[in-house]
Design a protein around this ligand. Structure first.
Ligand SMILES: NC(=O)c1ccc[n+]([C@@H]2O[C@H](COP(=O)([O-])OP(=O)(O)OC[C@H]3O[C@@H](n4cnc5c(N)ncnc54)[C@H](OP(=O)(O)O)[C@@H]3O)[C@@H](O)[C@H]2O)c1
Length: 248
């Protein structure tokens, strides 16, 4: 049973639908509107009392609501699992685990689940086997990751993905304000990400901060009008200079 109907639940449902090894018997979500796309595909419910029996209850709701949902299903004689990178393993459920797919999911952006690392953790060893089978039915990259490691991984992922994406947003705004198609930056964005994975990111750092090109840095700062963007530019510039051992 899948609990939640957001980005992660949607992609998990699609992935499980493509394998014969796993059957999603029901999808629960608190609101009917978000459940709508599932209605023709699987049994759905908005009532947690109406959950059907299953071997695994996979909770993919927002982080702050996970504990509340776990509390409502904790007495089931089944494996209770959540998909969060930052929520701990809940010992309140008799059998519990974590099924954290490390990727950025948006409902309408396609993903290839086979390539997505799934980080698993369970309290009991025998439950790990169940979760591993479940994960391997949709992904070729399954890892055993402890809560402590997952917390650090999530932190790393925020730097690698969420912050980087916010910087893309700033870049897009600068392009839009100057009538330059954002597409012109596409190749740069792709190669930057590719190089960071093929090499160590510190080895492929480029730009005025690395070279300590002060005139260029000052010229950039003069062009920024937003106070937050000025702070971000200065902080990242200084961080690159400090990391690579040069003085401003
Ligand atoms: N998105 C990602 O890239 C990603 C990647 C890996 C892991 N995760 C983890 O996966 C989980 C789900 O993330 P998501 O991106 O799929 O979230 P999402 O798209 O924002 O969907 C949130 C889901 O949580 C439900 N929800 C919100 N508040 C609730 C409450 N108080 N009680 C019950 N249900 C509630 C929503 O129901 P309504 O439709 O009724 O609001 C919806 O089904 C989170 O733990 C997240 O950390 C996310």
């Amino acid at each position: 049973v899948l609990l939640g109907a957001g980005n992660v639940a949607t992609h998990l449902f699609r992935a499980f639908s493509e394998t014969e090894k796993v059957e999603v018997v029901q999808v629960y979500n608190r609101s009917k509107t978000t459940l709508k796309p599932f209605e023709t595909l699987v049994e759905t419910t908005t009532s947690i009392e109406d959950l059907v029996e299953a071997e695994v209850y996979l909770i993919a709701v927002k982080d702050d609501a996970v504990e509340e949902i776990v509390d409502q299903v904790k007495n089931k004689n089944a494996l209770i699992v959540h998909t969060s990178g930052s929520v701990p393993l809940f010992s309140s459920a008799k059998r519990n685990g974590v099924f954290y797919p490390l990727q950025t999911f948006s409902k309408n952006a396609e993903v290839n689940f086979k390539e997505i690392p799934i980080c698993l953790e369970t309290s009991a060893e025998e439950d790990f086997v169940i979760l591993k089978n479940l994960a391997e039915s949709i992904s070729e990259k399954v890892f055993s990751i402890s809560s402590e490691q997952r917390k650090k991984l999530h932190l790393a992922a925020v730097f690698a993905c969420n912050f980087t994406n916010h910087l893309y947003t700033i870049a897009e705004t600068i392009c839009q304000e100057n009538q330059v198609p954002f597409e012109v930056l596409s190749a740069l964005i792709k190669v930057t990400a590719q190089k960071a994975t093929l090499y160590s990111p510190k080895e492929v750092q480029t730009g005025p901060a690395l070279r300590n090109d002060q005139k260029t840095i000052q010229q950039h700062l003069e062009q920024i009008t937003d106070a937050d963007e000025t702070k971000i530019y200065k902080l990242l510039t200084q961080s690159i200079i400090d990391y690579h051992g040069k003085k401003l």
